[in-house]
Ligand binder design. Structure first.
Ligand code: AMP
Length: 529
């Protein structure tokens, strides 16, 4: 598994900064192969699924080629759906954060055309759209093709399945003879090959060549989890399986940091490992993990490379790996030296196809599993406590305790059952109904009104955020009804918002890593001044 760093790919400092900010540690395999070819102007047939980093694989070179001085359209990306067009435009925009004067505009059916025409008049070097709508604009000359050098057909097989073949060919017909055609597709049926033969010249085929890999013989599970629930599900699995040492893999440095903070906040002994850390820091983290002081190591693929710890009992793929080979490497960290191991992979939506791919290629089974409920977690805790209880009942002299309980029963209104139940509750941790001590969050004094907690969010008026956006995000992301949100105080760069104390933790968790108005936010209990 060799890795290419982005700074080896001849990219501009502005793009490198955007990439750094997104937290990407190294180019994914499809990126390291495709970026140089697309940059050089060659036609490309890329075989890649969602989740491999394909968007940046064409987005980065499109940005490198974009001339900020020229406001005319210079490249077009065709996508099968409106959702994908928006997603792709968002990703390219994020990469372009430090490139002044470069605009990326999504256009798709269903959106008012007059509004789109107005946006197009403002000029955008990169247009991302659905085939029908792009064709419409080319016909109306609201998109002009004089300066269009590159066209990307993203998820080409999907576009053909959806009946866009004619529209795509019409769009291609509008473009100059010497345009560059970059095609990405998860599968390569005959219809795709027809298109490439007809419209591409000397295309380079790019796919990740798969080596024969042996998958370790360990139990592999996957869970369908929404992004906002991942931390909660990870916590439940950690509580249910109680692995001595676990490795949690994330795709970006940023996610590593966010997750470590979230886990530490819940009382777990977790530390992170990623490429931006100094050697000394890494050595310390690794030593703590080896010594068992840190039970959970959260890492990126690159950073985890040197890890040689034998008793890792569980590997979690918090993010689905971008490459099948990464998957095998990741889960190979457990089940070593004849020990048992388990792997748990979190997928959302379409990512499940990537998992299917992994199963096919690795000839292995990854079983779908239901997320453990709070009751399951409580049951496991109960079993552990009851094991200890049996040992004590069997082996120790409890006469003095029996006497004490008896006198308590005589002197109070409680039965022996009541007392046993209260002890059990104490032993299981916390006095909240969810049965976990990690759920019992102490906010301290946040300076809020009685019964409320005051939370700090690092976004404010300067980011064009309105109180309604904050309220919407809280109600939308957490299970708390919007009407329960209390005072919202907005300042230029940050906001204070009050929520009922009993919802505080839920809101904190739901909004950790969430976005408001497209900006990733951080949220924490306010400090009382
Ligand atoms: P895609 O395959 O384009 O749908 O990308 C899937 C996800 O991977 C997106 O959230 C990207 O932001 C992310 N991503 C793309 N390239 C990298 C990279 N080199 N390292 C980590 N994450 C990446």
């Amino acid at each position: 598994m060799e890795t290419v760093r982005f700074d080896e790919l001849n990219l501009s400092p502005q793009i490198l900064r955007g990439i750094q900010e997104m937290g990407f540690e190294a180019a994914s395999p499809i990126q390291s192969q495709a970026i140089p070819v697309v940059l050089a102007g060659g036609d490309v047939i890329g075989q890649a699924q969602t989740g491999t980093g394909k968007t940046a694989a064409f987005g980065i070179p499109l940005l490198m080629k974009a001339d900020p001085q020229n406001k005319k359209t210079q490249s077009i990306v065709l996508c099968p759906t409106r959702e994908l067009a928006v997603q792709v435009a968002d990703e390219i925009r994020k990469l372009a954060k430090y490139m002044h004067g470069v605009k990326v505009l999504p256009v798709y059916g269903g959106q008012e055309i007059s509004k789109q025409i107005r946006s197009l008049k403002g000029g955008a070097q990169i247009i991302v759209g659905t085939p029908g709508r792009v064709m419409d604009h080319l016909r109306r000359k609201t998109i002009k093709c004089d300066y269009i050098n590159t066209i990307v057909l993203d998820e080409a097989d999907e576009m053909l399945n959806m009946g866009f073949r004619e529209d795509i060919e019409t769009v291609l017909g509008y473009l100059k003879e010497d345009r560059q055609v970059v095609l990405f597709s998860a599968t390569m049926p005959k219809a795709i090959m027809d298109i490439t033969r007809k419209y591409q010249k000397n295309a380079t085929t790019i796919k990740v060549v798969k080596k024969e890999l042996t998958v370790p013989n360990i139990e592999q599970y996957y869970y369908d989890v929404k992004r906002k629930d991942k931390v909660e599900v990870l916590s439940r699995l950690l509580d249910v399986y109680n692995p001595k040492l676990s490795l949690v893999f994330c795709n970006t440095k940023r996610m590593v940091e966010e997750l470590v903070t979230a886990l530490q906040g819940r009382g777990y002994f977790a530390e992170g490992l990623h490429g931006d850390m100094k050697q000394q820091q890494r050595d310390r983290v690794m030593k703590n993990f080896r010594d068992g002081k840190t039970e959970i190591l959260v890492a990126t693929d690159v950073a985890a490379r040197g890890i040689d710890v034998d008793d890792v009992e569980a590997v979690f793929n918090f993010d689905v790996p971008q490459d099948d080979e990464y998957y095998v490497h990741r889960i190979g960290r457990t089940g070593r030296a004849g020990r048992t191991g388990r792997s748990f992979t979190f997928v959302k939506g379409k990512e499940v196809y990537k998992l299917k791919d992994i199963q096919r290629y690795c000839k292995t089974k990854i079983l779908a599993q239901k997320i453990p409920t709070m009751e399951d977690v409580a049951q496991v805790k109960l079993e552990k406590i009851m094991d200890k209880v049996s040992a004590i009942v069997e082996e120790e002299d409890l006469t003095p305790m029996l006497d004490m309980i008896e006198s308590q029963v005589n002197e109070s209104d409680y039965t022996a059952m009541d007392i046993a139940a209260a002890f059990l509750k104490m032993a299981m941790g916390g006095n909240d109904e969810q049965g976990s001590e990690k759920d019992n969050f102490d906010f301290g004094d946040t300076g809020a009104e009685e019964g409320m907690v005051r939370l700090f969010i690092n976004i404010g008026k300067k980011q064009k955020v309105k109180p309604g956006d904050i309220l919407g995000a809280i109600a939308g992301e957490s299970g708390m009804p919007g009407k329960l949100v209390g005072a919202i105080d907005m300042f230029d760069k940050y906001t204070f918002v009050e929520v009922p104390r009993e919802y505080g933790r839920e809101v904190l968790l739901a909004l950790a890593g969430a976005k408001i108005k497209g900006k990733s936010i951080s949220i924490e209990p306010a400090n009382q001044k």
